[in-house]
Design a binder for this molecule. Structure first.
Ligand SMILES: [Zn+2]
Ligand SMILES: [Zn+2]
Length: 99
Protein backbone atom coordinates (compact mmCIF):
# COMPACT_ATOMS: atom_id res chain seq x y z
CA UNK A 1 0.00 0.00 0.00
CA UNK A 2 1.17 3.50 -0.80
CA UNK A 3 2.13 5.44 2.32
CA UNK A 4 -0.29 8.23 3.10
CA UNK A 5 0.93 11.49 4.59
CA UNK A 6 -1.47 13.11 7.00
CA UNK A 7 -1.20 16.22 9.10
CA UNK A 8 -2.19 16.06 12.71
CA UNK A 9 -3.70 19.13 14.26
CA UNK A 10 -1.60 19.87 17.31
CA UNK A 11 -4.62 21.02 19.31
CA UNK A 12 -7.53 18.75 18.52
CA UNK A 13 -5.49 15.78 17.19
CA UNK A 14 -7.67 15.32 14.15
CA UNK A 15 -5.90 14.09 11.05
CA UNK A 16 -6.05 15.86 7.71
CA UNK A 17 -4.89 15.09 4.20
CA UNK A 18 -4.31 18.74 3.31
CA UNK A 19 -2.31 21.14 5.49
CA UNK A 20 -3.50 24.66 6.35
CA UNK A 21 -7.17 24.12 5.54
CA UNK A 22 -8.34 23.38 9.04
CA UNK A 23 -9.49 26.23 11.29
CA UNK A 24 -9.04 24.77 14.72
CA UNK A 25 -11.38 26.05 17.35
CA UNK A 26 -8.89 24.99 20.00
CA UNK A 27 -6.10 27.15 18.63
CA UNK A 28 -5.07 29.27 21.65
CA UNK A 29 -4.11 32.14 19.34
CA UNK A 30 -7.82 32.71 18.71
CA UNK A 31 -8.37 33.48 22.38
CA UNK A 32 -11.81 31.97 22.17
CA UNK A 33 -13.77 30.25 24.87
CA UNK A 34 -12.75 26.79 23.67
CA UNK A 35 -9.22 27.35 25.00
CA UNK A 36 -10.13 29.75 27.80
CA UNK A 37 -9.07 28.96 31.34
CA UNK A 38 -12.59 29.86 32.44
CA UNK A 39 -14.33 27.28 30.28
CA UNK A 40 -16.69 25.36 32.54
CA UNK A 41 -18.05 22.97 30.02
CA UNK A 42 -20.72 22.94 27.38
CA UNK A 43 -24.00 24.73 27.35
CA UNK A 44 -26.59 21.98 27.16
CA UNK A 45 -29.40 24.37 26.36
CA UNK A 46 -27.98 25.40 23.04
CA UNK A 47 -28.34 23.20 19.97
CA UNK A 48 -25.76 20.69 18.84
CA UNK A 49 -22.84 20.94 18.60
CA UNK A 50 -22.69 22.42 22.08
CA UNK A 51 -21.58 26.00 22.57
CA UNK A 52 -18.91 26.69 25.17
CA UNK A 53 -20.05 27.71 28.63
CA UNK A 54 -17.35 30.13 29.78
CA UNK A 55 -17.21 31.57 33.27
CA UNK A 56 -15.69 34.78 31.91
CA UNK A 57 -19.25 35.60 30.92
CA UNK A 58 -18.81 36.45 27.27
CA UNK A 59 -20.69 33.51 25.81
CA UNK A 60 -24.30 34.50 26.25
CA UNK A 61 -24.53 36.12 22.83
CA UNK A 62 -22.66 33.40 21.02
CA UNK A 63 -24.49 30.51 19.53
CA UNK A 64 -22.59 27.91 17.59
CA UNK A 65 -23.61 29.28 14.17
CA UNK A 66 -22.30 32.67 15.13
CA UNK A 67 -19.07 31.12 16.36
CA UNK A 68 -18.58 29.13 13.17
CA UNK A 69 -19.37 32.12 11.00
CA UNK A 70 -16.50 33.93 12.68
CA UNK A 71 -14.25 30.88 12.22
CA UNK A 72 -14.17 30.46 15.98
CA UNK A 73 -12.60 33.88 16.36
CA UNK A 74 -14.61 34.82 19.43
CA UNK A 75 -12.06 36.99 21.23
CA UNK A 76 -13.22 36.07 24.72
CA UNK A 77 -12.89 39.20 26.84
CA UNK A 78 -11.81 37.35 29.94
CA UNK A 79 -9.57 34.93 28.08
CA UNK A 80 -6.60 33.53 29.95
CA UNK A 81 -4.52 30.68 28.75
CA UNK A 82 -5.43 27.44 30.39
CA UNK A 83 -3.37 24.32 30.72
CA UNK A 84 -4.38 21.49 28.48
CA UNK A 85 -2.86 18.17 27.64
CA UNK A 86 -3.30 18.96 23.95
CA UNK A 87 -0.95 21.93 24.09
CA UNK A 88 2.36 21.28 22.44
CA UNK A 89 5.20 23.30 24.00
CA UNK A 90 7.09 23.32 20.72
CA UNK A 91 4.11 24.46 18.71
CA UNK A 92 5.16 22.39 15.74
CA UNK A 93 2.69 20.76 13.47
CA UNK A 94 3.21 17.08 13.68
CA UNK A 95 3.17 15.07 10.54
CA UNK A 96 2.43 11.39 10.59
CA UNK A 97 2.89 8.90 7.85
CA UNK A 98 0.46 6.02 7.92
CA UNK A 99 1.23 2.93 5.96
ZN1 LIG B 1 -7.73 21.12 15.21
ZN1 LIG C 1 -15.11 33.14 27.20
Amino acid sequence: MKPLTVYECEWCKKLFRTPDRHQCKKNPALKNCFSCKHLRGWDEYKPEPPAPDCAAGCCEDWDIDNIKWRNYDMQCEGWEEGKYDWMDPNGDRRIRVID
